[in-house]
Design a protein around this ligand. Structure first.
Ligand code: PLP
Length: 376
């Protein structure tokens, strides 16, 4: 059996090597390492793929979130509602910009932000909501957008884990996640569903004025060279990463399908086991399985993690400490905050390997060992 990895970017690369190598050679030959043709080509292709109004590439998914918040002119002390159960980048940038993170609950079934919890957390200082499409499944955007509209709030979708995911509205229209809110952001970190071979990110919006502002902020606050209108930053996608992403974007749907097939296999293997809760996919979305995450009931989760490691099966706890319990937020007086569902999930989730290069032998081996441990 081939060794099992959490992600296997090497095997995936070998299948597209000829095309990737040629694309990289083209960048080398052009010597346009920054803002080259590859960056423009990829930005256009990604914009077409997602159906976003405007796409602005940037250096990584964390920058994308930061730039999004800068573009909305949020002021120190403004409140930003986000789930606590997410990767730290989502909430870190809120604090970095001296805004106040307001952590709310997730739905324990979908792991995504709970609209009712959002509604309850709104105060006169609330300016924005940041739903996260966690593990590759869309947050309940229709409900979030309705609340935002009702209260005049911005919505920034953190789409770092769900590029390619579809959201279906109650009237039947479909949109890609990341293109529904005021602004959407994503990451091309190598292990993400659309991963570069280095860092990268992008920002989406349907608002032309906002798009121009985002572009300006990501480029030292300038529209015209050396005339700086606002305080910005330096956040660029480089040409080599764009060239690689261009090759991979064409295969994104195929990659999503491969991840979904892995999830189907696991789902079948773990069906009807009352200690394993397999991922619940909400009716309004598909799931592109950035992670395949189980919730375990009455099982020593960390024991399973260790047992699997002994069988040479990697597994991960995403995330062992929720945002509201991170020391970096101590000054926000959050330890008293009680988020029952978040704490419940944090103690019970475990993510199994899911990527585009897994074979049946590996999947059977993983499922067999998970069940051996759980049924012991
Ligand atoms: C990966 C990730 C980010 C940050 O992306 P980087 O490119 O690593 O900066 C932000 N939010 C979520 C939910 C992520 O998973």
């Amino acid at each position: 059996m081939r060794p099992i990895q959490m992600v296997d970017t090497k095997s995936q690369y070998l299948k597209i090597k000829t095309e990737v190598d040629a694309a990289l050679q083209e960048v080398l030959d052009s010597a346009a390492y920054i803002n080259g043709k590859a960056v423009q080509d990829f930005t256009t292709a990604l914009n077409t793929y997602t159906g976003a109004g405007y796409t602005i590439p940037c250096a990584n998914g964390t920058d994308a979130l930061q730039i999004a918040m800068m573009a909305l002119d949020l002021q120190p002390g403004d409140e930003v509602i986000t789930p606590s159960f997410t990767y730290i980048a989502t909430t870190e940038v809120v604090a970095l910009l001296r805004l106040k993170p307001v952590f709310v609950e997730v739905d324990p079934k979908t792991f995504c932000i709970d609209p009712e919890a959002v509604r309850k957390a709104i105060t006169p200082k609330t300016k924005a909501i940041v739903p996260v499409h966690l593990y590759g499944q869309a947050a309940p955007m229709e409900a979030i957008m309705a609340i935002a509209e009702e209260h005049g709030l911005y919505v920034i979708e953190d789409n770092a884990q769900a590029i390619g995911c579809d959201y279906t509205f109650s009237d039947g229209t479909k949109k890609k996640t990341g293109t529904i809110g005021t602004i959407g952001t994503t990451s091309f970190y190598p292990s993400k569903n659309l991963g570069a071979y280095g860092d990268g990110g992008a920002i989406f919006t349907n608002d032309e004025t906002l798009a121009a502002k985002i572009r300006m902020i990501a480029n030292h606050g300038q529209k015209e060279r050396y005339y700086h209108e606002v305080v910005g930053c330096n956040s660029r996608l480089d040409s080599m990463q764009a060239a690689i992403l261009n090759v991979k974007l064409k295969r994104l749907d195929e990659y999503s399908a491969a991840r979904q097939a892995v999830a189907d296999h696991y789902n079948k293997s773990f069906a009807d086991n009352d200690r394993i809760i397999t991922p619940h996919v909400a009716a309004y979305t598909n799931h592109v399985y950035h992670q395949y995450t189980l919730v375990l009931e009455g099982v020593d989760r960390d024991g399973l993690n260790k047992y699997l490691a002994e069988q040479k099966i990697p597994s991960m706890i995403y995330y062992p400490v929720p945002g509201h319990k991170q020391r970096m937020f101590a000054s926000f007086g959050l330890p008293e905050l009680e988020l029952k569902h978040t704490d419940w999930l944090t103690a019970r989730v475990i993510s199994l390997p899911v990527h585009t290069e897994m074979d049946t032998e590996q999947l059977n081996y993983i499922a067999e060992h998970v069940l051996t441990y759980i049924n012991q």
